[in-house]
Design a protein around this ligand. Sequence first.
Ligand SMILES: Nc1ncnc2c1ncn2[C@@H]1O[C@H](COP(=O)(O)OP(=O)(O)OP(=O)(O)O)[C@@H](O)[C@H]1O
Ligand SMILES: [Mg+2]
Length: 498
Amino acid sequence: MQDATVLEMRDMEKSFNGIPVLKKARFELRRGEIHALMGGNGAGKSTLMKILTGVYTRDAGTLVLDGRTLDFQTPGEAEAAGVAMIFQELSLVPTLTVAQNILLHREPRRMGGFLDDGEARRRAAEILADLGEDIDPRLPVELLSTGARQMVEIAKALSKNTRILIMDEPTSSLSEAETQSLFRIARRLRDGGISIVYISHRMSEIFTICDRVTVMRDGATVLTDACSNVGMDGLIEAMLGTGSVAALTYRERPQVPAGQRPVLEVEGLDVGDRVRGASFAVHAGEIVGLAGLMGSGRTEIAEAVFGVRPASAGTVRIDGEPVATVAEAMAAGVALVPEDRRRQGLVLEHTMHANFMLPSLKRFARGLFVRDREAAVEGEAAVRDLKIRTDGLGKVVRLLSGGNQQKVVLAKWLARHPKLLILDEPTVGVDIGAKSDIVEIVRAIADRGTAVLVISSEFEELLALSDRLVVLHDGRVVQTMERRDIASEEVLHHAVQG
Ligand SMILES: Nc1ncnc2c1ncn2[C@@H]1O[C@H](COP(=O)(O)OP(=O)(O)OP(=O)(O)O)[C@@H](O)[C@H]1O
Ligand SMILES: [Mg+2]
């Protein structure tokens, strides 16, 4: 029964505060397939999957699982029916061990009701070994890398007889090797008869790992087909309703005048054992890309420049003045858009408007009335330029879709006209339609004289944006390249591999 349908969702409707988010959406899943769920930011993907997992209840529609019409009222009911989801923000308890997390609330007990830790470890080790993962079940989860934590999430799902596994943007903070290992496991699970729903904005992944694809647009399902029948252009067209998106292309920008003093000078920077002796500079109006594999020290450099991570040696200067703390960096006009924006860049329980009001640079520390008006102007510009999908600036940020939350943080900093803007993975979680918009906006900021330092794992984006590339390997700067001297993506790949 290879092609048997395990799940059918028909005519799903959901509104929040009278605003429809799902409009007769449908989704169908077969046994033993990896099924991509695609669509622009705010299209309704996570909402549809939250109905499947019992987090939200639907307003209308039919859900048929294994031939039975069901209606999950709680996540527990969905779990009992074999549905599990790995969330964009992982749900493990950091201070508990791997084994404790995998068997949380279902701990094996000895006679008399005492916890049987030995048995828990044995069972956890068995599931992990089955996945081909070498993770010590006794370690607290907080000591694990993101990739390993995700494997623990998967092990936890499998320990519950999961037959439908939903992954919402699983690779956005995984290294290349971790991504490959996730793909290997996803294929194994599929071949064992588990059905996987795979949500991602990385288009190339879809064609690598998925069998079929469903595309949502504006809350409705617009396409379901085999990936091999769709192709990249067809997929983009279905997602955005237009045949093509602006390509991420490099545009040569004016050269820095000779002899001009850089805005940022990094000299002999050490950050623990993660960065060793890094030196480079960024000038006003220049966009410099930090290229390197995950773990090569990119984020550590960004954080040391912004003062959130102490440098163990070396200096960071802004306009010739040394800075060492966040307060000094901010006073000197440095802004950092962190990689983990949901946790570091936003107050999730506040409205969009309030998030734009948060004073960050001196310019904003003026009268409340002025700030309020500026925040409204900035907020409206952000919604327009970055196509943020919201029913108003009064919306609480937590209720925006994942990609739209990313855009809010980005917009907030882009509006600040800092002297130096540091962007760590500026387009993570953002749909393909908005990527080129973000590239254009960053260029416009540099054109106005801001010095820009950008980190990205996507070479295409790095090559589109950067005037110059600083290549890192193992915490050291191994090379600096002018963008115009780089003939192809392969050249950069090669440099980064060391
Ligand atoms: N609890 C809620 N209250 C109000 N609005 C909500 C709520 N949950 C989701 N929405 C809205 O529903 C729409 C769809 O959001 P959803 O999270 O499903 O999008 P998505 O397709 O997953 O997007 P992304 O790719 O950005 O993650 C968005 O406009 C979002 O703001
Ligand atoms: Mg989502």
